[in-house]
Design a protein around this ligand. Structure first.
Ligand code: SAM
Length: 204
């Protein structure tokens, strides 16, 4: 099968030596990381691995999934440089199964998927949490289209808080907000950003 145009886009974006979104974790994830219980964490659409490696340094057994082999090769290199273990899985989320009840944490930072896949992956993520497990998401909202500080230009890839909340049935929501905040992450995210932030937990 030929690689999709989207996969070629991401492989090209991650081809350079620089980390396009930097090597520091996403600010929101760093702030809420203490809420994740001990145990394995799955990072979806994890790209070059900055968030996965950060969580590994906190003692989690982390699996990073992305369609881009180029991105995950850099994730593995970053983990090796930091001296932490990291499992990487090259997969399209379209057909990536998430084992039900398996994960202490599932993280989706700037995971922008088209609507049918977005709903399916979020439902799989919600079902994939152990009792007490936590789902963390930060994504751009449609308001980001008015900005030039990063994020997809295709409106279909952007959703608001109501849609995200509706897509994670069975979880108790602890953080749910839309806000404008500075997001400066490598050269990919460069300033004020319109985002949705979610943190939700499977009841113990
Ligand atoms: C904006 S980057 C975010 C990377 C990382 N989460 C971070 O915050 O640094 C979006 C990522 O989503 C991945 N992605 C998009 N669609 C995907 C799909 N269908 N399956 C797997 N990965 C996908 C891309 O390959 C890319 O690495």
């Amino acid at each position: 099968m030929l690689p999709s145009p989207d996969l070629r886009f991401w492989d090209q974006r991650f081809a350079g030596a620089d980390y396009f979104y930097g090597t520091a974790p996403n600010d929101y994830l760093a702030a809420v990381a203490p809420r994740l219980p001990a145990g394995p964490v799955l990072c979806l659409a994890e790209g070059e691995g900055r968030n996965a490696v950060f969580l590994a340094t906190r003692g989690h057994a982390v699996t990073a999934v992305d369609q881009s082999a180029a991105g995950l090769a850099k994730a593995a290199a970053l983990a090796a440089a930091r001296g932490v273990p990291l499992t990487t899985t090259v997969a399209d989320l379209t057909d990536y199964p998430i084992a039900p009840g398996a994960w202490a944490g599932i993280v989706a930072i700037f995971m922008h998927l088209p609507p049918p896949l977005r709903t399916a992956v979020l439902a799989r993520a919600a079902a994939g949490l152990r009792p007490g497990g936590v789902f963390v998401l930060e994504c751009y909202t449609p308001a980001q289209l008015a900005r030039t500080t990063g994020g997809p230009r295709d409106p279909a890839l952007l959703a608001g808080l109501d849609e995200y909340r509706a897509a994670i049935p069975g979880l108790e929501v602890e953080i749910a907000r839309e806000l404008d905040r500075p997001a400066v992450e490598g050269t990919g995210h460069t300033g004020l950003a319109s985002v949705v932030q979610l943190l939700a937990r499977r009841p113990a």
